[in-house]
Design a protein around this ligand. Sequence first.
Ligand code: UGA
Length: 439
Amino acid sequence: MHTRNRITVIGTGYLGITHAACMAEVGHEVLGLDIDADKIRQLNHGELPIHENGLDELLRRGVVSGRLRFTTSFQEAAEFGDVHFLCLGTPQRTDSSAADTSQLDAAIDALAPHLTRACLVVGKSTVPVGTAERLNRRLIERAPAGDAINLAWNPEFLREGFAVKDTLSPDRIVLGVRTESAERTLRAIYAPLGDIPTVVTDFATAELVKAAANSFLATKISYINAMAEVCEAAQGDVVALAEALSYDGRIGGRFLNAGIGFGGGCLPKDIRAFTARAEELGAGRALSFLREVDEINIRRRSRAVELARELVGGSLAGRAVAVLGAAFKPDSDDIRDSPALAIANAIQEEGGLVSVYDPVALDNARKAYPTLGYAGSPTEAAQEAHVTLLLTEWSDFVELDPEEFGSVVADRNVVDGRNALSPIAWRAAGWNYRALGRP
Ligand code: UGA
């Protein structure tokens, strides 16, 4: 029998809702908190405001069991929780490439005055190294319980689309702690997950692990996309090249899919924030390669537009363009820094008549890019299209029958932005098939 802890989760974005629902699922008493009252009302009804596989069921189960509730009150959270998880967003600042940690500061400022007894505050957000140290001072200064309050840093590595699985069976747990009691408490909270490799370290290292992991992943993607650029110049095939690399166990095949590159709310802003922070620390040279990683990534978007332009004979102006995919990756409705929408927008700026379809991200896309055209199905998007671009590899798109789908378009021209379609099948059905990094 594991100990039940009274946990609060502050911030109910992708990370916070997932963490709250998973902690309730494994038996803890959980109170989620957000300043968005509408969202809290929805969550208390067991309604999930985002698309994430399996999370709706966990949320409903938690709410029905009574182990999972949501509030907007910091006082209630302080009274309820022995452990407070901070799951606030740290987006890119509008005036620089650094991370904006103001939501964390605001949460500490709102929570601390109510902390009148010993408790543990645990940061999960991705932050510039040094943030935990700073927040620790802020917390102790502002909380009536003072240094009876412990802070820990416990970064999160979940992927959207696999958030529940990654939270319930993580590859590793990283605990940045200053006291044995903080380590004990966190180990007890995660004990129901089973025997997970756990690294116990200091604040700075815990913060850095997250930045290092995301930078590595971004670098791996840009590496294969750089190989795609060379393949384009040398008439090589990056898909075969990646497959051959993948059999080398030291390299591995994951995150070697060449295409239009990485987007989302994490990798792009994390590599920029990491670079900015290293520069502040006087270690800028060590991470200067991450600028190149970013540039390779952005160049791939232009290449996709170029392929579409070539397929329609040199100019996209006045041409009907079908865009399949809006989310930054499949199985998500997240459109933050989505390569698909950036490409759709660039094509529209060249005068292309764009029609976008996505199985779940259309509402979010419409809000962010209101001037793009939208459709209710792949075939509606492709009606009379002169060129079709596959930009998010949803299985619905990958499984399209090129013959049947070809009957609705004006011209059978396709750009496979994710190297997800079968060139043989599409070419056999009469399509002019172009992909990134392939002949
Ligand atoms: C990423 C990390 O993978 C997580 O470990 C981390 O916890 C998370 O950021 C975070 O910081 O919160 P996520 O942004 O959900 O997770 O998505 P990924 O699966 O990493 O994909 C990122 C982007 O890279 C997507 O646009 C995807 O299409 C692209 N990608 C991925 C490629 O272009 N090629 C690949 O081979 C793999």
